[in-house]
Design a protein around this ligand. Structure first.
Ligand code: URA
Length: 234
């Protein structure tokens, strides 16, 4: 059960004072009956709330797949920088957050939700969720790095990269690789390559657990997850 004014706020119908005004004006109905008390409790799972005869559907959780472009920060608010949440323009919930962080210059898959439990499951090191990255690296990546990455190694600051799977897509002065990690330390991919004397010059996340970046999205675009994608992640 939830207060009617809170419900309307959560569904982004308006600010707390605006929705109270709408309720008092008699514009809100619950199961077809006018309700004029903002504090009235409703069952958000079973009751139907409308404003001006338009149904306002309740969603406890929202899930968005964003193709994060470079140049935006993985935060909910920032005084100076554009955030990934600024890109989700038709969001309803106000409690959305990005699941994990990508650096400002990193592109690719970012899940945005208000489902804290799911976020925890995806990020908890003990859950060993695979995250796949594509990177362009300055330097010749060889079998030697594949070996080293497969056993793990120190990446400085007293931190250690656990075993990971490195695949070489192209080896040359600029190499292209795919890397599967089960952890997400600060700047992890960049630090792993720095530790072997190479520099990541482009980084993109392709997948996280069962969720794969939808290549029909353009950079900066997003879409809601399908029911199936949510079920698979759960
Ligand atoms: N590793 C990095 O170095 N940066 C990211 O944004 C993600 C993983």
């Amino acid at each position: 059960m939830i207060r009617l004014d809170k419900y309307l706020c959560e569904m982004s119908v308006g600010t707390r004072s605006e929705v109270k005004k709408y309720i008092r004006q008699g514009r809100i109905t619950v199961d077809g009956k006018k309700v004029v008390k903002p504090e009235e409790k409703i069952d958000e799972q079973s009751q139907q709330v409308s404003m001006d005869n338009q149904l306002i559907g309740y969603e406890e959780f929202e899930y968005y797949m964003l193709y994060k472009p470079a140049g935006v920060v993985s935060a909910t608010v920032d005084k100076k920088e554009k955030t990934v949440l600024d890109l989700i323009i038709d969001k309803k919930r106000k409690d959305l957050f990005p699941v994990g962080r990508l650096d400002k210059d990193t592109e690719g898959l970012l899940l945005i939700t208000n489902d804290g439990e799911m976020a925890h499951r995806l990020l908890a090191p003990k859950k060993h969720v695979n995250k796949t990255y594509y990177a362009k690296v300055k330097g010749r990546v060889t079998e030697q790095e594949i070996q080293l990455f497969s056993i793990g190694f120190s990446i400085g600051n007293n931190e250690y990269a656990k075993p990971s799977v490195l695949r070489i897509l192209k080896s040359g002065e600029i190499s292209e690789i795919e890397l599967i990690l089960q952890e997400g330390k600060f700047h992890q991919v960049k630090r792993m390559f720095r530790a072997v004397g190479m520099e990541v010059i482009y980084l993109k996340r392709i997948s996280m657990g069962s969720l794969v970046l939808d290549e029909s999205l353009q950079k900066g675009e997003y879409r809601r997850l399908t029911k199936k994608e949510v079920e698979q992640l759960c």
